[in-house]
Design a protein around this ligand. Structure first.
Ligand SMILES: CC(C)(COP(=O)(O)OP(=O)(O)OC[C@H]1O[C@@H](n2cnc3c(N)ncnc32)[C@H](O)[C@@H]1OP(=O)(O)O)[C@@H](O)C(=O)NCCC(=O)NCCS
Length: 192
């Protein structure tokens, strides 16, 4: 069971559950082909974004293995929603979770996805008691791989042509971190 107390504040971000008021801000980046290039979905229409948002709402806590936690990241300075984070509770028995992140390109390259993702790891390890959290990305998704490395995750696998992805065989990278390898942000170089 994971029932975070929201908002979760970091130096520059406020992390909180999604609401229907997030539709336009979410559409602003879910509609972009460059954002969706290495995601399992294609650039979304407004209606598709609304359906995705409806799915996210109500999933701000985890009750049992198999559940998905959806968290919106907004800039504290402006209140604008810029990121969409996920913690999948993959297995209660094996205490495994998976992290996911999608940010608006206008806000890439500032360490904001890293800042938010560290809080997702903290929730998974410290509050949910996970033993291992992993992240997966298409092998050509360099920004995603770099982010997983920046979080301190270990590259455990480079799977070769394991998926038929958007019409072509593609490779996948698997990164992971164990609870005992987790350094809370306060102890990490550069802080939160
Ligand atoms: C994956 C994604 C979230 C990464 O975003 P990002 O902005 O590159 O990630 P970060 O927030 O960690 O920022 C890191 C960059 O900011 C720079 N940076 C600037 N200030 C920083 C700070 N205070 N702390 C850390 N990094 C900082 C880093 O040097 C780094 O740049 P580099 O990769 O050129 O070296 C983004 O590319 C994205 O949304 N992609 C589309 C969706 C997607 O593919 N999601 C992943 C699916 S697997």
């Amino acid at each position: 069971m994971l029932k975070p107390s929201y908002p979760i504040e970091t130096a520059r971000l406020s992390l909180r559950p999604f609401t229907m008021d997030d539709l336009e801000a979410l559409y602003a980046f879910h509609s972009r082909p460059d954002v969706a290039r290495f995601l399992y979905w294609d650039a979304r229409t407004r209606d598709e974004t609304r359906a995705a948002l409806e799915n996210k709402i109500g999933w701000a806590q985890l009750r049992e293995g198999g559940d998905t936690l959806n968290i919106a990241a907004e800039l504290r300075e402006t209140g604008v929603l810029i990121g969409d984070l996920t913690l999948f509770w993959r297995s209660a028995e094996h205490r495994q979770g998976e992290i996911g992140f999608v940010f608006h390109p206008d806000h890439h390259g500032r360490g904001l996805a890293t800042e938010a993702s560290r809080e997702i790891l903290r929730l998974g390890f410290e509050d949910l008691g996970l033993h291992r959290i992993y992240g997966r990305c298409e092998a050509r998704n360099t920004p995603s791989a770099r982010l997983l490395e920046r979080l301190g995750m270990r590259r455990e696998a480079h799977l070769v042509e394991n998926e038929l992805f958007k019409g072509e065989w593609s490779d996948e990278l698997v990164y992971a971190m164990l609870r005992r390898e987790w350094n809370p942000p306060e102890e990490s170089p550069g802080g939160r």
